[in-house]
Structures are given as structure tokens and as C-alpha cells.
Design a binder for this molecule. Structure first.
Ligand code: SF4
Length: 352
């Protein structure tokens, strides 16, 4: 009976598999490269392995990505995929093509316990942590869908869930995705976005190789952030920004602060000036994200001129701030809209 999936194994574990099968160590490197670099999806697709070994691997190990139960493609080319991670449990990941790069936004948990007011995922009941293989399998699937693209690949751990509450599995997935013998994505091209789990930020700071850090800040006062993000009652703005100050940054690297603009809540010129004061001593860039509305949220984005006014107030105060262009709005793939359930709307196809 097949008990173990090789997707999620590191090279050392594959070497143990090769040894258990009485195979030389280099076979493990072939399998590892086949799974993570060449994106092979079945044992038959390994021409470099002897047929008898392929048969034994097939009998004892699965090579399983996650089943895709629904795919939606946006007018702008953004593609949202719904994966079934276990019976009844789903996560979503988004492929965002751009002129010079492709970005994969992948999930780290089923649902999310943090309940941010502006986020559809936060309305879902909290589920479970994804295993490293389940995180990597999303990236493999979306990367394979690109075809022979020459554009650079960026990966953002920004989909459903709080990555730092699934620390060990997320870091293991990060190591698998960056391993030069496998997917070989540069660590500088992977960004982890947190709602502000301070002990997780401090732990990440001690890793020898780290992803870029993005912090979902969304408010310039504790009063507003308490309402938007309940996690602020555990680690408030001062504690969060102290952790950011402690976070070691390589030369020319900055922390990205995401700021979802919610009409009438955090979008005033005073909010912009307060935000500028908070960030003035940090190496920062600010991503302004006008709220992506959803009926289940009951909040609205500010009008466009207010968004631009907020950005200008930041720029005038010396803050590097850009407005993130919404991608995949028509297929509910934009930031904060991932629900982890089938929708069956127009433009959506079951499976792949
Ligand atoms: S914004 Fe992130 S941390 Fe907050 S509820 Fe949504 S998925 Fe969770």
C-alpha cells in the first residue's frame, strides 16, 4: 500500500528512500530534481530512472500534487485555483501574470483564526495548518500551468492563513522552494506576509536564510487596528514595529507594509500622516490596497480620489508608497477575497 507522498520530502528523506530501496544515492537527486525542478507528475515521466525502479516507486510511494477542484480565469489573465487538501477542506492559490514576472500567491492554512474584518478568509471557520508538501504542491501546480514561461517567478505566502502560525511547515516549504537542486526560486523572490505575529517575526529574524517580510498593518492607531485586526490586542502597533526594527535586512531590502484602505475607517489624511510618522525610522515601502469589497464583509473601499490623496500625503511625508492594482477582481482572486470554497460562477471551470 502506498503510504508516503514524495511531494514535501527533502533531499535527505529521498536519500533514505533510495537507501531503503537498495539504490545508490544519486537516484535520490534524480527523483528530487524530477519532482521539484522538472515538475513531473507521475513515475512514468522519469525517463532517467530504470523501469523496474519506477515500478517499485509507483507501488510504494505516491507522487501526488493536490487535486484542483475549480479554476477561474480572470479577464486580466489572473487564475484562481481551488485545491482540495483533504476531504471537505479546501484552499485557494492565485497565479498573477505580469509583464516582467509571474507571481504565485499561495496559502498556508485552511481558513484562518485571525478574523481580520476586511478579509473573506477570516470569516471562514479556522481549519488546520497545511503540511509543507501541501504548500509546495500549490506552487508546483501554478508553476506548471505557466508553461515554458521565461518570466521570473515570485512567490508570496499571502493567500489563506497566517504563515507564522504554521511556522515549521512554512519554513520547510520555503527551503524546498528555494533549494537550488529543486525549484530554485531565489529567497529574494519569496515574500512572507504576516498579520503581525511578533514571536514569529523574531524567530524568522534568526533564520540563516529568510524570505522577504511583508506586514499587514492597515491602521495607524491601536484603536482602529484593534477593530480591523483582532491580533492587535495581543501584539499592538508599537510591539509589531519594534519587531520590524529588530528584523535584519540585507542591503537595499525593505519591509513591505500593506495597508488595506477601508472607506471611513483608516483613509483620512491624518491617518496617512500618522502612518508616515510610524514608519519614518524603518526601511519600508508601503503597498496601499483599496479594499476589495465582498457582500460578506460589509465594508467599502474609499473613492479613487481619496486613495490618491492618501498616497500623496504619504509621499509628501517621505514615504515610498504605491497603490496596488487589483488583480482578478472578477473571479474573487484579489487580496482578501479567498474563501476556500467552490463558487461555480461564470468563467469558472470545475477541475483543470
Ligand atoms: S488577512 Fe490574513 S491573517 Fe487576516 S484573516 Fe485574512 S488570511 Fe487571516
Amino acid at each position: 500500500m502506498k503510504t508516503r507522498n514524495v511531494v514535501g520530502m527533502d533531499l535527505g528523506e529521498m536519500e533514505a528512500v533510495a537507501a531503503a530501496l537498495g539504490e545508490p544515492r544519486y537516484r535520490a537527486r534524480q527523483i528530487y530534481a524530477g519532482v521539484y525542478r522538472h515538475l513531473r507528475r507521475s513515475w512514468d515521466a522519469f525517463p532517467d530512472l530504470p523501469k523496474a525502479l519506477r515500478a517499485r516507486l509507483g507501488a510504494e510511494f505516491s507522487l501526488a500534487w493536490l487535486p484542483v477542484v475549480e479554476t477561474a480565469v480572470s479577464r486580466d489573465g489572473t487564475r484562481r485555483s481551488l485545491f482540495e487538501v483533504s476531504p471537505g477542506a479546501h484552499v485557494e492559490a492565485v497565479f498573477i501574470p505580469e509583464e516582467k514576472r509571474d507571481t504565485l500567491c499561495i496559502s498556508t492554512q485552511v481558513g484562518c483564526a485571525l478574523g481580520c474584518l476586511f478579509c473573506v478568509t477570516g470569516r471562514q471557520p479556522p481549519g488546520r495548518n497545511l503540511a509543507a508538501g501541501e504548500i509546495v504542491a500549490q506552487a508546483l501546480t501554478l508553476a506548471a500551468d505557466r508553461g515554458p514561461a521565461s518570466r521570473r517567478l515570485n512567490i508570496v505566502l499571502m493567500g489563506m492563513g497566517e504563515p507564522l502560525l504554521n511556522y515549521d511547515n512554512v519554513l520547510r516549504a520555503f527551503r524546498l522552494m528555494t533549494d537550488p537542486g529543486g525549484m530554485a526560486v531565489s529567497p529574494r523572490r519569496i515574500t512572507l506576509s504576516t498579520a503581525g505575529v511578533v514571536p514569529g517575526i523574531d524567530r524568522l529574524a534568526r533564520e540563516p536564510v529568510r524570505p522577504n517580510l511583508a506586514v499587514s498593518l492597515n491602521a495607524a492607531t491601536d484603536e482602529v487596528r484593534d477593530r480591523l485586526m483582532p491580533i492587535n490586542r495581543t501584539w499592538n502597533i508599537a510591539a509589531l514595529l519594534e519587531a520590524c526594527r529588530r528584523f535584519p535586512l540585507a542591503e537595499r531590502r525593505r519591509i513591505t507594509f500593506e495597508y488595506v484602505l477601508v472607506g471611513g475607517m483608516n483613509d483620512s489624511p491624518d491617518d496617512a500622516r500618522r502612518l508616515a510618522r510610524l514608519l519614518s525610522t524603518l526601511r519600508h515601502k508601503v503597498n496601499l490596497i483599496p479594499l476589495n469589497p465582498d457582500p460578506s464583509i460589509g465594508l467599502e473601499p474609499p473613492p479613487p480620489e481619496r486613495v490618491l490623496g492618501f498616497q500623496q500625503a504619504l509621499v509628501d511625508a517621505g514615504i515610498t508608497a504605491s497603490v496596488r492594482r487589483a488583480r482578478g477582481e472578477d473571479i474573487a482572486a484579489a487580496c482578501g477575497l479567498l474563501a476556500g470554497r467552490a463558487r461555480g460562477e461564470a468563467g469558472v471551470t470545475p477541475g483543470r
